[in-house]
Design a binder for this molecule. Structure first.
Ligand code: ZN
Length: 96
């Protein structure tokens, strides 16, 4: 009997709520750009965020990514913003 099936928990850098790792999007910094890492396979430091524009907005306003990823300079959020907006649109369409 394996008890290795744990449920890792991470903190969202936006709303600061703890959530199951699988419910959060991993975000990494690549060449000064915030990049979504849905597969969670990119090397280096990762920050975790709900797939929500509200959480993304909070995180950007607090410069939470810069801190969490130990970035030396401001990170370009455009790729991440696009990704989260697309996910949110899909969710909205699916919901009745
Ligand atoms: Zn959140």
């Amino acid at each position: 009997m394996s008890t290795n099936e744990s449920h890792p928990v991470r903190t969202c850098v936006g709303c600061r709520q703890r959530a199951a790792k699988q419910d959060l999007l991993r975000v990494v910094a690549q060449d000064g750009v915030l990049a979504p890492d849905p597969a969670g396979r990119s090397p280096g430091r990762g920050a975790y965020l709900h797939r929500s524009t509200a959480c993304l907005d909070l995180a950007l306003r607090r410069r939470a990514f810069t801190r969490a990823l130990r970035a030396q300079a401001a990170l370009d959020p455009h790729r991440l913003t696009e990704h989260v907006e697309q996910v949110e649109i899909r969710k909205t369409v699916r919901t009745d």
